[in-house]
Design a binder for this molecule. Structure first.
Ligand SMILES: [Mn+2]
Length: 263
């Protein structure tokens, strides 16, 4: 396995799957996640790569933006057909929860998360873990880049799916069960409802087609590999590629790396 990628030896997978993980300050979760996920995914005979996209300190965490970066960077690596958008703190419990993308509609996988007492928190919930083909991700122009802080980006993304005239396929709850790793809640984005309310007019101005990040990103797999392998975990499943929003390449003197103007 190299850089978090795997290919079954005795068969050809129908889809190449990229698992995208937005990340910041969750080293312990990441170790647990990788140990769990590689074993889980290999059992499914998938051809896949895991991409961890890390946001450096500075601005509030922007989950949607990080998915967009992961999408673009994964496609530079390989011609992926399917993108699984995955929180680092959710671990699938059921081996029948297959990590592929239906070609006719986006799929929501985390329908029964321990975080929400193994129920959907509300009917349109599209957070936690979802899967879209490349065509579907392009059809919604990816995520909005404008949600800094907790909340809203997944609801806006769900609206985009509807505006693109698609509906969401949901795993059945017995299959879509996830254990949730505990953490303190992040600071909610006070502007989230306001941004969501203007979502339709923003959809084709704000997303994959307006994403600018190259100057802020550093490919950094070797450093992470060394860091992870120095721990007691022994699996070879700990190598992967990671991107960092790099402070040193910015031209501004403010500590903020990303603002609504410069992304
Ligand atoms: Mn969480």
């Amino acid at each position: 396995m190299r850089d978090g990628q795997y290919k079954p030896k005795n068969c050809t997978a129908r889809q190449k799957v990229a698992i995208l993980i937005p990340f910041r300050d969750r080293e312990i979760h990441l170790g647990i996640f990788l140990n769990h996920m590689h074993a889980f995914l290999m059992k499914q005979h998938l051809e896949y790569g895991i991409y961890v996209v890390e946001q450096t300190k500075g601005l509030e965490f922007n989950r949607g933006f990080l998915f967009n970066v992961g999408y673009k960077e994964a496609l530079k690596d390989s011609d992926y057909d399917c993108f699984v958008l995955h929180d680092v703190d959710l671990l699938p419990e059921n081996d029948h929860n297959i990590y592929t993308c239906p070609v006719d509609q986006p799929k929501h996988l985390a329908v029964a998360s321990e975080k929400w007492q193994y129920k959907l928190p509300y009917t349109s919930y599209f957070g936690g873990v979802s899967a879209l083909t490349r065509e579907q991700y392009e059809a919604v122009n990816g995520f909005s880049n404008e949600f800094f802080g907790w909340g809203g980006e997944d609801d806006d993304f769900h609206n985009r799916v509807a505006w693109a005239k698609m509906s969401v396929y949901r795993s059945i709850s017995g299959v879509g069960r996830y254990s949730a790793l505990e953490h303190k809640p992040g600071a909610a984005n006070p502007k989230r409802n306001e941004i969501i309310s203007k979502g339709k007019e923003r959809m084709w101005k704000d997303g994959l087609n307006s994403l600018k990040y190259e100057n802020y990103v550093e490919k950094n797999s070797s450093q992470l590999k060394a860091r992870k392998l120095s721990k007691t975990q022994t699996t070879t499943a700990l190598c992967f590629t990671m991107w960092i929003f790099s402070r040193k390449t910015t031209t501004t003197s403010t500590p903020a790396l990303l603002t609504n103007q410069n992304i």
